[in-house]
Design a binder for this molecule. Structure first.
Ligand code: NI
Length: 167
């Protein structure tokens, strides 16, 4: 296991559309990547991490929302197949834009489909923090950051705050 370097705002890989993954069940190299992504995420106190955030432009996310009975899981090629009409605002941060956060509006309920590490298709009906986290991580696979979901005014405020604490 290893803690990987987390790419931060300005890194090109965060803005690229990540490649689809052909999932080979129990591939040892992929299993190691998933383990390393979990270790990196826990080390940074995150609840989700997308492969582009560790410099790998592939459609893979790991998620562990620490509430109720949510278990950690890895998902390949995840996509939102249904989104509820109701939207919800919630506080979001991102390990690639450390120490800033903002209220982001997203559909409150989504259905996500993807492939698990064994190659099985999975369908997740999510609400609350899990729905938010899944949407945030899937955005990463399309080169989208939570900043892009804010009004220009709010985005500039967050960027200013971020740059101030970075310098
Ligand atoms: Ni993020």
């Amino acid at each position: 296991m290893a803690i990987l370097k987390i790419e931060t705002l300005g890194s090109e890989v965060l803005r690229r559309r990540a490649d689809e993954v052909e999932v080979v069940a129990d591939d040892p190299e992929t299993a190691r990547l998933i383990e390393d992504m979990f270790e990196t995420m826990y080390d940074a106190h995150g609840i989700g991490l997308a492969a582009p955030q560790v410099g790998i432009s592939r459609r893979l996310i790991v998620v562990h929302v620490n509430e109720e009975d949510e278990k950690p899981f890895a998902l390949f090629n995840p996509r939102v197949v249904e989104a509820g009409k109701a939207k919800e605002k919630g506080e979001e941060g991102c390990l690639s834009i450390p120490n800033v956060s903002a209220l982001v509006e997203r559909p409150a309920e989504v259905v996500v489909e993807g492939v698990d590490p064994k190659g099985n298709t999975v369908r997740i009906e999510a609400d609350g923090m899990l729905a938010r986290c899944l949407q945030h991580e899937i955005d990463h696979l399309d080169g989208i950051l939570f900043l892009d979901r804010l009004s220009p005014l709010k985005r500039n405020m967050i960027l200013k705050k971020y740059r101030k604490q970075e310098s």
